[in-house]
Design a protein around this ligand. Structure first.
Ligand SMILES: C[S@@+](CC[C@H](N)C(=O)[O-])C[C@H]1O[C@@H](n2cnc3c(N)ncnc32)[C@H](O)[C@@H]1O
Ligand code: SF4
Length: 503
């Protein structure tokens, strides 16, 4: 890219740094600039107590239309990438993986018993990990058979897989792609992280940039049109020019969707991953918050120039209809979601549970006929009301009528103080029907959404924030009465309209 263009992109990034400093002074963003991913669950998942299937299901009834979003977790990977913060498993033998797949069938049966159904009706499906495409073709085929025996796919709107480029090459790759397409999938999410070979090697990714392109081409040739590719910014030694070059190359691949992740250093599970250890030893190798912000702003600007719109926060899509239905169903429409496999989570209306991240415990539990959920929470009225606001706000927008139908509350009344403060500082807008983030609010969506946390669930201590009009989380909402347990049925989703692009 020529110097003039690079400077223009840097200037765009610089204006976001000015915004960052302003929002730090207002008390919205912590002084350290650390980032906490919000908008997938509330309260934060790390704060859930131990739970058992018996107490988790008490008082739960299935949705009226009996449909569920279904998530399957396959924890196995060929290698551990340096940055990866998930509780993944490497070095497993073929027998272990084949047995895991059989036990996924047992777990589905346990769910069917709980729900009293012959088959689980799927609305949308995500098969993720870890790396589901790492299963060898025979085990992958067996997985599909087991899944189809237990899940009714007749009303399913989309099947998405998480895939790794290496698994899509050669004869085995072609077989896997055919199986996914034959199963009705037209969408995959492919982790690439970078298109710079030195960075890919430092990340221990096990593929080159050329192989990534080969894998994308193989997907398209195999009939899977919607390929979403994922990248990480804020990575050690990833300079601005190299990052911009990666985004330019990403655009040139011709994929439908590009996702940007800011590097999260703290592990998702209890054990520190390699990146946390690297940070402890060599913090100087990591870009500053400001440098990461410049990278993100430049990428967003470049993507917009090439027709990629941020239809879901931090996810840039050319054709809006190719967005993840799992994400819109689970995080925007808040539909009931069943998660199976090690560390998978289930989100059922007013409650949320997590399967054990310990693979041996998962094997033991499922083999003995017990659902493997070990932690969870039935939200109280305050928590449930905040959850209904935060997830759609972070990911797309809050539909006021839907909010009212699901919670019995008026969002504009109970969150008035927060809404006024955020809109006064240009972070959100509101009309009669909806509440949504502005482009500034969307850029700092994780931080804006934490404004709706109860003070006890703020990501960082109060002392990490400057004292300002946006530093005070709203305490108890003063609500009373039971948690509405209205069955969650899909409302029409504007995001799914084929040509809709959200501003
Ligand atoms: C669950 S992983 C599955 C990816 C797939 N196995 C692969 O490697 O191709 C989904 C995505 O999470 C992102 N991710 C993993 N660890 C991360 C971290 N520490 N910070 C930010 N993003 C991360 C990566 O972009 C990755 O592609
Ligand atoms: S990024 Fe993907 S391949 Fe790498 S360790 Fe994580 S889940 Fe496995």
């Amino acid at each position: 890219m020529n110097t003039r263009k690079l400077n223009t992109l840097k200037a765009i990034g610089q204006s976001r740094i000015d915004d960052l400093h302003k929002l730090q002074n207002l008390g919205l963003i912590s002084a350290t600039g650390q980032f906490f991913p919000a908008g997938i669950h509330y309260p934060p998942i790390t704060m859930y107590p131990d739970d058992s299937p018996e107490s988790f299901f008490e008082g739960y009834t299935a949705p009226e239309d009996e449909g569920f979003v279904v998530y399957v977790h396959i924890p196995y990977c060929a290698r551990r990438c340096v940055f990866c913060h998930y509780p993944i498993v490497t070095g497993a033998g073929e027998d272990e993986m084949a047995q895991y797949v059989e036990l996924l069938g047992t777990e589905l049966k346990l769910w069917k018993q709980r729900l009293g159904v012959d088959k689980i009706k799927a609305k949308s499906v995500l098969i993720a990990g870890g790396t589901p495409s790492f299963l060898n073709p025979k085990t992958f085929e067996r997985f599909h058979k087991i899944f189809a025996d237990n899940v009714d796919m007749s009303g399913c709107s989309q099947v998405t897989y998480d895939v790794h480029p290496q698994d899509l090459l050669g004869q085995d790759g072609r077989e896997r792609i055919k199986m996914m397409a034959d199963f009705g999938s037209d969408r995959v999410t492919m982790g690439l992280q970078s298109l710079d070979d030195a960075t890919l090697s430092a990340m221990n990714r096990g593929h080159t940039a050329a192989q990534a392109q080969e894998a994308i081409d193989a997907m398209h040739a195999g009939g899977i049109d919607d390929v979403c590719i994922e990248f990480i910014f804020g990575y050690p030694e990833q300079g601005f020019e190299q990052w911009v070059d990666t985004i330019e190359k990403a655009i040139a691949t011709g994929v439908q969707e590009i996702q940007l992740y800011r590097l999260k250093i703290e592990a998702y599970g209890d054990d520190p991953g390699p990146i946390e250890r690297l940070w402890a030893k060599h913090p100087e190798r990591f870009p500053s918050t400001e440098e990461s912000i410049i990278q993100k702003a430049a990428a967003a600007a470049l993507l917009a120039e090439h027709g990629y719109h941020e239809n879901l926060t931090r996810v840039f899509t050319r054709k809006p209809s190719s967005i993840s239905h799992y994400a819109t169903d689970q995080c925007c429409q808040l539909l009931d979601c069943i998660g199976i496999g090690q560390s998978a989570f289930s989100s059922l209306r007013d409650r949320f549970s997590i399967n054990t991240p310990n693979l041996s415990e998962w094997f033991e539990r499922v083999s003995s006929g017990r659902l493997p959920l070990t932690r969870g929470l039935v939200r109280d009225l305050d928590q449930n009301t905040r959850w209904h606001l935060q997830l759609p706000l972070k990911n797309s927008r809050v539909n006021k009528a839907l909010f009212k139908a699901r919670t019995g509350q008026d969002a504009a009344l109970i969150f008035r103080t927060q809404l006024d403060a955020l809109s006064e500082h240009g972070l959100l807008t509101e009309d009669e029907h909806q509440i949504q983030l502005t482009s500034l609010g969307r850029f700092f969506a994780d931080e804006v959404v934490t404004q709706f946390h109860h003070p006890e669930f703020m990501p960082w201590p109060q002392s990490d924030y400057a004292k300002g009009p946006l530093s005070v989380a709203q305490g108890d909402l003063g609500l009373s009465g039971p948690v509405l347990n209205a069955p969650t049925v899909a409302a029409s989703c504007p995001l799914r309209a084929p040509d809709r692009v959200w501003p």
